[in-house]
Write a protein of this length. Structure first.
Length: 346
Protein backbone atom coordinates (compact mmCIF):
# COMPACT_ATOMS: atom_id res chain seq x y z
CA UNK A 1 0.00 0.00 0.00
CA UNK A 2 2.78 2.38 0.95
CA UNK A 3 4.67 1.51 -2.25
CA UNK A 4 1.56 2.30 -4.30
CA UNK A 5 1.21 5.69 -2.58
CA UNK A 6 4.88 6.49 -3.29
CA UNK A 7 4.46 5.54 -6.96
CA UNK A 8 1.37 7.74 -7.19
CA UNK A 9 3.25 10.62 -5.51
CA UNK A 10 6.20 10.31 -7.92
CA UNK A 11 3.77 10.19 -10.83
CA UNK A 12 2.04 13.37 -9.70
CA UNK A 13 5.40 15.09 -9.23
CA UNK A 14 6.45 14.07 -12.74
CA UNK A 15 3.34 15.59 -14.29
CA UNK A 16 3.62 18.81 -12.27
CA UNK A 17 7.30 19.11 -13.20
CA UNK A 18 6.42 18.55 -16.84
CA UNK A 19 3.62 21.10 -16.69
CA UNK A 20 5.93 23.85 -15.48
CA UNK A 21 8.60 23.00 -18.05
CA UNK A 22 5.93 23.20 -20.75
CA UNK A 23 4.61 26.57 -19.60
CA UNK A 24 8.19 27.87 -19.85
CA UNK A 25 8.21 26.54 -23.42
CA UNK A 26 4.89 28.29 -24.11
CA UNK A 27 6.25 31.60 -22.88
CA UNK A 28 9.56 31.10 -24.69
CA UNK A 29 7.79 30.24 -27.94
CA UNK A 30 5.61 33.34 -27.78
CA UNK A 31 8.60 35.52 -26.89
CA UNK A 32 10.71 34.11 -29.72
CA UNK A 33 8.06 34.48 -32.42
CA UNK A 34 8.87 38.14 -33.29
CA UNK A 35 12.46 37.07 -34.08
CA UNK A 36 11.91 33.96 -36.20
CA UNK A 37 12.00 35.87 -39.49
CA UNK A 38 15.30 37.53 -38.55
CA UNK A 39 17.41 34.78 -36.98
CA UNK A 40 17.62 31.17 -38.12
CA UNK A 41 18.45 30.08 -34.57
CA UNK A 42 15.24 31.60 -33.22
CA UNK A 43 13.21 29.92 -35.95
CA UNK A 44 14.80 26.52 -35.31
CA UNK A 45 14.19 26.74 -31.57
CA UNK A 46 10.63 27.97 -32.19
CA UNK A 47 9.82 25.06 -34.53
CA UNK A 48 11.43 22.52 -32.18
CA UNK A 49 9.31 23.77 -29.29
CA UNK A 50 6.17 23.56 -31.40
CA UNK A 51 6.83 19.92 -32.30
CA UNK A 52 6.10 18.88 -28.71
CA UNK A 53 4.96 21.61 -26.32
CA UNK A 54 1.27 21.90 -27.22
CA UNK A 55 0.71 18.16 -27.73
CA UNK A 56 2.30 17.52 -24.33
CA UNK A 57 0.46 20.40 -22.68
CA UNK A 58 -2.84 18.98 -23.91
CA UNK A 59 -1.73 15.50 -22.83
CA UNK A 60 -0.98 16.72 -19.29
CA UNK A 61 -4.31 18.57 -19.22
CA UNK A 62 -6.09 15.35 -20.14
CA UNK A 63 -4.27 13.47 -17.39
CA UNK A 64 -5.24 16.00 -14.71
CA UNK A 65 -8.83 16.09 -16.01
CA UNK A 66 -9.49 12.43 -15.17
CA UNK A 67 -10.76 12.96 -11.57
CA UNK A 68 -13.03 15.87 -12.59
CA UNK A 69 -14.78 14.98 -15.83
CA UNK A 70 -18.12 13.85 -14.41
CA UNK A 71 -20.41 14.86 -11.57
CA UNK A 72 -20.40 18.11 -9.62
CA UNK A 73 -16.64 18.59 -9.93
CA UNK A 74 -16.87 18.20 -13.71
CA UNK A 75 -19.63 20.82 -13.97
CA UNK A 76 -17.71 23.19 -11.71
CA UNK A 77 -14.59 22.96 -13.88
CA UNK A 78 -16.66 23.69 -16.99
CA UNK A 79 -18.17 26.75 -15.31
CA UNK A 80 -14.75 27.99 -14.24
CA UNK A 81 -13.25 27.55 -17.72
CA UNK A 82 -16.20 29.42 -19.26
CA UNK A 83 -15.83 32.32 -16.82
CA UNK A 84 -12.07 32.48 -17.36
CA UNK A 85 -12.59 32.62 -21.09
CA UNK A 86 -15.24 35.35 -20.97
CA UNK A 87 -13.25 37.43 -18.49
CA UNK A 88 -9.83 37.23 -20.18
CA UNK A 89 -11.26 37.58 -23.67
CA UNK A 90 -12.73 40.87 -22.46
CA UNK A 91 -9.54 41.98 -20.68
CA UNK A 92 -7.28 41.28 -23.66
CA UNK A 93 -9.69 43.09 -26.00
CA UNK A 94 -9.75 46.10 -23.65
CA UNK A 95 -5.95 46.13 -23.57
CA UNK A 96 -5.85 46.18 -27.37
CA UNK A 97 -8.39 48.99 -27.52
CA UNK A 98 -7.00 51.21 -24.74
CA UNK A 99 -3.23 50.53 -24.65
CA UNK A 100 -2.30 49.40 -28.15
CA UNK A 101 -5.10 51.21 -29.99
CA UNK A 102 -5.41 48.29 -32.41
CA UNK A 103 -7.33 49.46 -35.50
CA UNK A 104 -10.75 47.91 -36.21
CA UNK A 105 -10.69 46.27 -32.79
CA UNK A 106 -13.95 44.62 -31.74
CA UNK A 107 -14.77 42.23 -28.95
CA UNK A 108 -15.90 38.82 -30.15
CA UNK A 109 -16.31 35.72 -28.03
CA UNK A 110 -16.28 33.55 -31.16
CA UNK A 111 -12.66 34.33 -32.07
CA UNK A 112 -10.38 33.44 -29.10
CA UNK A 113 -7.70 36.04 -28.44
CA UNK A 114 -4.20 34.59 -28.94
CA UNK A 115 -3.56 31.97 -26.23
CA UNK A 116 -7.20 31.88 -25.08
CA UNK A 117 -7.95 29.28 -27.75
CA UNK A 118 -6.73 26.77 -25.18
CA UNK A 119 -9.58 27.61 -22.80
CA UNK A 120 -12.20 27.28 -25.53
CA UNK A 121 -10.71 23.98 -26.66
CA UNK A 122 -10.30 22.67 -23.10
CA UNK A 123 -14.01 23.30 -22.51
CA UNK A 124 -14.86 21.32 -25.66
CA UNK A 125 -12.41 18.49 -24.91
CA UNK A 126 -14.08 17.91 -21.56
CA UNK A 127 -17.53 17.92 -23.14
CA UNK A 128 -16.46 15.46 -25.83
CA UNK A 129 -14.99 13.07 -23.26
CA UNK A 130 -18.16 13.35 -21.15
CA UNK A 131 -20.24 12.49 -24.22
CA UNK A 132 -18.13 9.40 -24.90
CA UNK A 133 -17.50 8.37 -21.29
CA UNK A 134 -19.21 5.00 -21.82
CA UNK A 135 -16.97 4.14 -24.78
CA UNK A 136 -13.94 1.91 -24.54
CA UNK A 137 -10.75 4.04 -24.45
CA UNK A 138 -9.47 2.58 -27.73
CA UNK A 139 -12.69 3.58 -29.53
CA UNK A 140 -12.48 7.07 -28.07
CA UNK A 141 -8.88 7.37 -29.28
CA UNK A 142 -9.70 6.16 -32.79
CA UNK A 143 -12.64 8.57 -33.00
CA UNK A 144 -10.50 11.48 -31.79
CA UNK A 145 -7.82 10.81 -34.41
CA UNK A 146 -10.50 10.55 -37.10
CA UNK A 147 -12.00 13.89 -35.99
CA UNK A 148 -8.54 15.48 -35.96
CA UNK A 149 -7.98 14.43 -39.57
CA UNK A 150 -11.51 15.23 -40.78
CA UNK A 151 -11.48 18.71 -39.19
CA UNK A 152 -8.94 19.85 -41.77
CA UNK A 153 -11.47 19.34 -44.55
CA UNK A 154 -14.20 21.48 -42.95
CA UNK A 155 -15.15 24.55 -45.06
CA UNK A 156 -14.91 26.92 -42.09
CA UNK A 157 -12.36 29.34 -40.68
CA UNK A 158 -10.14 27.26 -38.41
CA UNK A 159 -9.95 30.09 -35.85
CA UNK A 160 -13.72 30.20 -35.26
CA UNK A 161 -14.17 29.18 -31.61
CA UNK A 162 -10.82 27.40 -31.94
CA UNK A 163 -12.64 24.78 -34.02
CA UNK A 164 -9.55 23.47 -35.79
CA UNK A 165 -7.30 23.24 -32.74
CA UNK A 166 -10.05 21.63 -30.68
CA UNK A 167 -10.21 18.64 -33.01
CA UNK A 168 -6.55 18.58 -34.06
CA UNK A 169 -5.30 18.32 -30.47
CA UNK A 170 -8.21 16.20 -29.18
CA UNK A 171 -6.25 12.91 -29.54
CA UNK A 172 -3.61 14.16 -27.12
CA UNK A 173 -6.25 15.07 -24.53
CA UNK A 174 -7.80 11.61 -24.91
CA UNK A 175 -4.39 9.92 -24.63
CA UNK A 176 -3.67 11.91 -21.46
CA UNK A 177 -7.08 11.11 -20.00
CA UNK A 178 -7.13 7.40 -20.78
CA UNK A 179 -3.46 6.44 -20.97
CA UNK A 180 -1.47 9.18 -19.21
CA UNK A 181 -0.59 7.15 -16.12
CA UNK A 182 0.17 4.00 -18.15
CA UNK A 183 2.49 5.86 -20.50
CA UNK A 184 4.30 7.47 -17.57
CA UNK A 185 4.87 4.03 -16.02
CA UNK A 186 6.46 2.74 -19.22
CA UNK A 187 8.98 5.51 -19.78
CA UNK A 188 12.48 4.10 -20.03
CA UNK A 189 14.87 4.70 -17.11
CA UNK A 190 18.66 4.80 -17.18
CA UNK A 191 20.37 4.54 -20.56
CA UNK A 192 17.08 4.68 -22.44
CA UNK A 193 16.28 8.03 -20.85
CA UNK A 194 19.70 9.42 -21.71
CA UNK A 195 19.43 8.19 -25.29
CA UNK A 196 16.03 9.88 -25.66
CA UNK A 197 17.40 13.16 -24.32
CA UNK A 198 20.27 13.03 -26.83
CA UNK A 199 17.83 12.32 -29.68
CA UNK A 200 15.69 15.28 -28.57
CA UNK A 201 18.72 17.55 -28.97
CA UNK A 202 19.51 15.84 -32.27
CA UNK A 203 16.03 16.76 -33.52
CA UNK A 204 16.70 20.40 -32.65
CA UNK A 205 19.98 20.29 -34.57
CA UNK A 206 18.24 18.59 -37.50
CA UNK A 207 15.66 21.39 -37.58
CA UNK A 208 18.39 24.03 -37.31
CA UNK A 209 20.02 22.65 -40.46
CA UNK A 210 16.78 22.87 -42.41
CA UNK A 211 15.78 19.25 -42.07
CA UNK A 212 12.17 19.95 -41.10
CA UNK A 213 10.82 21.67 -44.17
CA UNK A 214 7.14 22.03 -43.25
CA UNK A 215 4.99 25.16 -42.88
CA UNK A 216 4.53 26.32 -39.28
CA UNK A 217 0.76 26.21 -39.72
CA UNK A 218 0.81 22.42 -39.59
CA UNK A 219 2.27 22.54 -36.08
CA UNK A 220 -0.10 25.29 -34.87
CA UNK A 221 -3.16 23.19 -35.69
CA UNK A 222 -5.21 26.34 -36.25
CA UNK A 223 -5.84 26.13 -39.98
CA UNK A 224 -7.78 23.91 -42.34
CA UNK A 225 -6.02 22.10 -45.18
CA UNK A 226 -7.35 24.68 -47.65
CA UNK A 227 -5.91 27.49 -45.52
CA UNK A 228 -2.59 25.64 -45.55
CA UNK A 229 -2.69 25.49 -49.34
CA UNK A 230 -3.71 21.86 -49.73
CA UNK A 231 -6.92 21.10 -51.61
CA UNK A 232 -6.04 17.47 -52.29
CA UNK A 233 -8.28 14.70 -51.01
CA UNK A 234 -5.29 13.05 -49.37
CA UNK A 235 -4.30 16.12 -47.28
CA UNK A 236 -5.40 14.24 -44.16
CA UNK A 237 -2.41 11.91 -44.58
CA UNK A 238 -0.17 14.91 -43.91
CA UNK A 239 -2.00 15.41 -40.61
CA UNK A 240 -1.23 11.82 -39.64
CA UNK A 241 2.42 12.50 -40.47
CA UNK A 242 2.40 15.56 -38.20
CA UNK A 243 0.85 13.47 -35.42
CA UNK A 244 3.70 10.98 -35.77
CA UNK A 245 6.31 13.75 -35.62
CA UNK A 246 4.67 15.29 -32.54
CA UNK A 247 4.44 11.94 -30.74
CA UNK A 248 8.11 11.19 -31.40
CA UNK A 249 9.29 14.66 -30.36
CA UNK A 250 7.06 14.68 -27.27
CA UNK A 251 8.26 11.23 -26.19
CA UNK A 252 11.89 12.30 -26.54
CA UNK A 253 11.31 15.51 -24.58
CA UNK A 254 9.87 13.55 -21.65
CA UNK A 255 13.40 12.31 -20.97
CA UNK A 256 14.25 15.79 -19.68
CA UNK A 257 11.53 15.77 -17.02
CA UNK A 258 12.69 15.02 -13.45
CA UNK A 259 10.70 12.58 -11.30
CA UNK A 260 11.51 13.92 -7.85
CA UNK A 261 9.38 16.35 -5.88
CA UNK A 262 11.06 19.75 -5.78
CA UNK A 263 10.49 23.47 -6.13
CA UNK A 264 9.69 22.74 -9.77
CA UNK A 265 6.76 20.59 -8.63
CA UNK A 266 5.34 23.40 -6.53
CA UNK A 267 5.62 25.84 -9.42
CA UNK A 268 3.84 23.33 -11.64
CA UNK A 269 0.74 23.59 -9.48
CA UNK A 270 0.24 27.24 -10.49
CA UNK A 271 0.89 27.19 -14.24
CA UNK A 272 -2.62 28.48 -14.96
CA UNK A 273 -1.50 31.88 -13.65
CA UNK A 274 1.53 31.89 -15.94
CA UNK A 275 -0.60 30.85 -18.90
CA UNK A 276 -3.31 33.49 -18.52
CA UNK A 277 -1.10 36.40 -17.46
CA UNK A 278 2.00 36.04 -19.62
CA UNK A 279 0.15 37.22 -22.74
CA UNK A 280 -0.05 40.71 -21.26
CA UNK A 281 3.74 40.76 -20.75
CA UNK A 282 4.53 39.48 -24.24
CA UNK A 283 2.13 41.95 -25.88
CA UNK A 284 3.62 44.81 -23.86
CA UNK A 285 7.16 43.76 -24.81
CA UNK A 286 6.26 43.73 -28.52
CA UNK A 287 4.43 47.07 -28.23
CA UNK A 288 7.37 48.69 -26.40
CA UNK A 289 9.60 48.22 -29.43
CA UNK A 290 12.28 46.37 -27.48
CA UNK A 291 12.60 43.74 -30.20
CA UNK A 292 13.88 46.35 -32.63
CA UNK A 293 17.02 46.64 -30.47
CA UNK A 294 17.78 42.92 -30.72
CA UNK A 295 20.27 43.01 -33.55
CA UNK A 296 21.87 39.59 -33.22
CA UNK A 297 21.09 35.98 -32.34
CA UNK A 298 22.92 36.51 -29.04
CA UNK A 299 19.64 37.82 -27.64
CA UNK A 300 18.03 34.38 -28.01
CA UNK A 301 19.48 32.99 -24.73
CA UNK A 302 18.52 36.27 -23.06
CA UNK A 303 14.90 35.75 -24.15
CA UNK A 304 14.99 32.17 -22.87
CA UNK A 305 16.34 33.36 -19.53
CA UNK A 306 13.63 36.02 -19.28
CA UNK A 307 11.01 33.38 -20.14
CA UNK A 308 12.16 31.26 -17.19
CA UNK A 309 12.26 34.31 -14.91
CA UNK A 310 8.75 35.43 -15.88
CA UNK A 311 7.41 31.89 -15.50
CA UNK A 312 8.83 31.55 -11.99
CA UNK A 313 7.56 35.01 -11.05
CA UNK A 314 4.02 34.48 -12.35
CA UNK A 315 3.85 31.10 -10.58
CA UNK A 316 4.76 32.70 -7.23
CA UNK A 317 2.18 32.28 -4.43
CA UNK A 318 1.92 36.07 -4.12
CA UNK A 319 0.71 36.30 -7.72
CA UNK A 320 -1.90 33.66 -7.01
CA UNK A 321 -3.06 35.55 -3.93
CA UNK A 322 -3.31 38.79 -5.93
CA UNK A 323 -5.08 37.46 -9.04
CA UNK A 324 -7.05 34.55 -7.63
CA UNK A 325 -10.36 36.40 -7.93
CA UNK A 326 -9.76 36.73 -11.69
CA UNK A 327 -8.18 33.39 -12.49
CA UNK A 328 -10.05 31.17 -10.05
CA UNK A 329 -13.41 32.99 -9.82
CA UNK A 330 -16.07 31.91 -7.35
CA UNK A 331 -18.44 29.66 -9.26
CA UNK A 332 -20.41 28.41 -6.25
CA UNK A 333 -23.51 30.49 -7.12
CA UNK A 334 -23.61 29.54 -10.78
CA UNK A 335 -25.56 26.46 -11.79
CA UNK A 336 -25.71 24.59 -15.08
CA UNK A 337 -29.14 23.20 -15.81
CA UNK A 338 -29.86 20.23 -17.98
CA UNK A 339 -30.27 22.28 -21.08
CA UNK A 340 -26.67 23.53 -20.69
CA UNK A 341 -27.63 27.16 -19.96
CA UNK A 342 -25.52 29.13 -17.51
CA UNK A 343 -27.74 30.84 -14.95
CA UNK A 344 -27.23 32.48 -11.61
CA UNK A 345 -29.05 30.93 -8.72
CA UNK A 346 -31.28 33.08 -6.59
Amino acid sequence: MRKQILIQHDQESFFYNLRFMLIVCVLAGNALEPLITRFAGAEALFLWIYTFHMPLFVWVTGYFAKPSIQGVSGRNVLKQIALQYLLFQTLYALMDATVFHTPHMRLSFFAPYLLLWFLASHFCWRLLVRLTISWKPVYRLIASIALGVIAGYLPVDGFWLSCSRTFVFLPFFVIGYDYGAAIRARLLPGWGRRAAAILSVALLIYIAYGGLNIPQGWLFGSKTYAELGHQEWYAGIFRLGIYLLEIISATLFLAWVPNLTSKLTDLGRRTLYVFLLHGFLVRLAIWSGIYSYMGSALFIPVILGVAVLFSVTLAHPLVRHTFKVLIEPDISRISIHRHGVFKRSA
